[in-house]
Design a protein around this ligand. Structure first.
Ligand code: GCO
Length: 255
């Protein structure tokens, strides 16, 4: 089997929400597989530091601060990439937030913020990328789903609805863009050791629950998403479309 199937040399990947956590780990993995990288986040300072930390990969690393929930900012960001002659061959729609609060206490503004950041952004950034990918008759879109794309947990309703939407948005992208040479798929991380989950990791009862509920008996590490990300970003997945790969230590598969 030729390893070039997974070689990303000559490709450029935009990873939203990539100054830290899962996004940064995937950006490093794609760079190590040969891709140039466009990092994104809202803080230019954090992005600069994140870009520096990827210098050892030897790839071109660009840092582009823009708010993925702001349509005008997304359109302007892609116009800026066009101006710089940077073609986004691979899009990882990773930007996301979590908010843990019972629905009875949740405001509409809180609901909208989570849905805008975790779902609408994937459509808006995905649409801008796809407009250019369709013209080039090639492209890879990887949306970041969640176990909550399939099962619910109390206190995270807007996140759950957004991630359920991500699963179906991935299939909708497939329905409309696969014929143009775009493969749209998703990765569903399980319980990963990230800043977003630190409060859960530090909660002994929750920590025990994750370790007892997960067949692998442990939390996942951000870099454990890299294999699936490279597969879905490379020629190895040219006939894979509309799928969600759960990287969850088996949690979804076992009662
Ligand atoms: C939570 C967590 C989860 C994980 C992940 C699981 O509050 O339950 O934040 O949502 O982050 O999405 O797949």
């Amino acid at each position: 089997m030729s390893t070039s199937l997974f070689d990303l040399a000559g490709r450029t990947a935009l990873v939203t929400g990539s100054s830290r956590g899962l996004g940064h780990a995937m950006a490093r993995g794609l760079a190590e597989a040969g891709a140039d990288i466009v990092l994104n986040g809202t803080s230019a300072e954090r992005l600069e530091a994140a870009a520096e930390s990827l210098a050892d990969t030897g790839r071109k690393v660009h840092a582009l601060a823009f708010d993925v929930t702001d349509e005008a900012a997304v359109v302007a960001a892609f116009a800026e990439l066009d101006r710089r002659g940077i073609a986004v061959d691979i899009l990882i729609n990773n930007a996301g937030i979590q908010l843990r609060k019972p629905m009875l206490e949740l405001s509409v503004a809180e609901w909208d913020k989570v849905l805008d950041t975790n779902l609408k952004s994937a459509f808006v950034v995905g649409r801008e990328a796809a407009r250019r990918m369709v013209a080039r008759k090639a492209g890879k879109i990887v949306n970041i789903a969640s176990l909550t794309s399939e099962q619910a947990r109390a206190t995270v309703a807007p996140y759950t609805v957004a991630k359920g939407g991500i699963r179906m948005l991935t299939k909708a992208m497939t329905a409309e863009w696969a014929e143009h040479g775009i493969q749209a798929n998703a990765i569903g991380p399980g319980y990963m050791l990230t800043d977003m989950n630190q409060a859960l990791v530090d909660n002994p009862d929750f920590d025990r629950w994750v370790k007892s509920r997960t067949p692998a008996r442990r939390w996942g590490r951000p870099e454990e998403l890299v294999g699936a990300a490279i597969f879905l970003a490379s020629a190895a997945s040219d006939y894979v479309n509309g799928q969600v790969i759960y990287v969850d230590g088996g949690m979804l598969s076992v009662l």
